[in-house]
Design a binder for this molecule. Structure first.
Ligand SMILES: Cc1cc2nc3c(=O)[nH]c(=O)nc-3n(C[C@H](O)[C@H](O)[C@H](O)COP(=O)(O)OP(=O)(O)OC[C@H]3O[C@@H](n4cnc5c(N)ncnc54)[C@H](O)[C@@H]3O)c2cc1C
Length: 423
């Protein structure tokens, strides 16, 4: 192994990946006085999907001390999420300022290249050592330390050591793949086809900045206003349905835009601003998130269908909580502390909250209630809070959510909601 560089010293923590989960973990640890190294294979700014944030991201921005930088970057303000039926007969607008259990009334829509760079630069300023264009190629866990190998842009190989490792490698799922821990949800093998477009007709005035989520029979479309005349538009489709169509991604995308009335009227004059992207959007979970000297955070802990824009919020929350758990473990020099184990449990609990909504969204009995919201007992307010990113659920929110899911289930057998065609 060559490349004895100035990163020879043993670190408290090494983090694989500088996306939102990795940079949040790095800032949290650096602010706690820990020596942190982030190894990131790309050079920022780099393109990334995941542009619509949730209001509860704000809590973490505040705690990291980065909100001022995000605010001055001039991102689009998002006040609501609109869920619309593909035939354009019905919609449900969740205004985050109108939820009695929602503490943060608005979020931002971001170009991830710019947003991720702000977060990573902030980690540097907090004292983390950030090495870009350094790809982690291997790792091993020893009794007292972890040893990582990485390759820099000049193709030199390096070895570094730390007391703990955080895997924040996103969908690359670096350590869990090596340990064969990834389990896909068999019913959620999707494909996303997306790009940036000009001349998309998006809501103006009071509803300006809203994300539109358009439900088709077995797929859905997102429309996210990023700038004055730049909208992110994507189609999420079942991988098997895509294959059965036997067409190229741009063709499948164009057909979906044209034959979905709620989309077609907005997309008729759209022009592509850059290339199409296609990505496997397979939901998965990893069997283990916390093991001796290792934690997995962000998408590297599990990935769920992005329908409710929960990815970045979940990634940053797990990055922060994971870093706090490692900080506690460092204090005790415990390879697998109680805090690390609790992190695993709590991370799974958070993901499960959104998974329940995602699984149900395609079910007719659920959609019939979801698209005819009726705020009896404040049930819509509890949904508003969760879809705004609230994961610490008080009893008041929990029982209302349970009542909502119970009614949605009963609706399968008794017509609780009017029978509308939601397909
Ligand atoms: C189609 C689609 C649409 C989405 N839409 C939304 C949305 O609207 N809102 C939302 O909140 N979320 C959305 N998401 C989810 C969101 O993109 C992710 O949840 C979020 O980016 C996770 O952050 P992360 O830090 O865990 O991973 P990432 O942001 O992917 O960061 C991981 C980093 O690790 C680096 N890396 C990987 N392997 C290595 C290695 N071996 N060595 C060094 N570095 C490495 C990568 O270069 C990358 O920079 C969407 C996802 C998809 C697929």
């Amino acid at each position: 192994m060559s490349g004895n560089d100035n990163r020879e010293t043993e670190w408290d923590v090494i983090i694989i990946g500088g996306g939102p989960a990795g940079s949040t973990a790095a800032t949290t640890l650096a602010q706690a006085g820990r020596r942190v190294l982030v190894l990131e294979k790309s050079k920022f700014p780099r393109f990334h999907i995941g542009e619509s944030l949730l209001p509860y991201n704000r809590r973490i921005f505040n705690e990291l001390g980065v909100w001022g930088k995000i605010e001055s970057a001039g991102f689009t303000t998002k006040r609501a999420a609109q869920f619309i039926l593909g035939d354009d007969t019905r919609g449900n607008r969740l205004d985050f300022s109108k939820g009695s259990f929602t503490e943060y009334p608005q979020a931002v829509q971001v170009e991830r290249s710019k947003f991720d760079k702000i977060l990573l630069d902030h980690s540097r300023e907090a004292g983390a050592d950030v090495a870009e264009e350094c790809m982690v190629t291997d790792y091993r866990i020893e009794k007292d330390r972890v040893v990582l190998k990485y390759r820099s842009l000049d193709l030199a190989d390096h070895e570094v050591t730390a007391r703990y490792l955080i895997d924040a490698s996103g969908l690359n799922n670096f350590t869990a793949n090596k340990e064969k821990l990834r389990r896909y949800y068999p019913t959620h093998r999707k494909l996303a086809i997306f790009g940036h477009f000009s001349n998309v007709y998006m809501p103006k005035g009071e509803h300006e900045g809203d994300i539109l989520i358009i439900r088709r029979e077995r797929s859905w479309v997102w429309m996210i206003p990023l700038e004055e005349n730049k909208t992110s538009v994507g189609l999420v489709i079942d991988a098997a349905d895509f294959k059965a169509l036997g067409k190229k991604p741009p063709e499948v995308f164009a057909d979906a835009m044209a034959d979905t009335p709620a989309v077609a009227k907005r997309f008729a004059n759209a022009q592509s601003l850059d290339q199409f992207h296609v990505i496997n959007d397979f939901s998965y979970k990893n069997d283990i998130l916390a093991s001796p000297r290792l934690l997995r955070v962000g998408d590297a802990s599990g990935f769920i269908d992005p329908m409710f824009s929960s990815g970045v919020m979940l990634a940053m929350t797990s990055g922060q909580q994971g870093a706090q758990a490692i900080d506690a473990a460092l204090k005790k020099d415990d390879p697998l502390s109680a805090e690390m184990k609790f992190y695993e449990k709590d991370n799974r609990r958070r993901i499960a909250i959104y998974w329940e909504f995602i699984e149900n969204f395609y079910r007719l009995h659920f959609a019939q209630i979801f698209f005819q919201p009726y705020n009896r007992w404040g049930m819509v307010c509890s949904i508003n809070a969760v879809l705004a990113g609230r994961t610490s659920l008080s009893w008041a929110v929990r029982w209302r959510l349970r009542a909502f899911f119970l009614l949605a289930w009963l609706n399968k057998y008794i017509p609780i909601a009017k029978r509308i065609d939601v397909r």
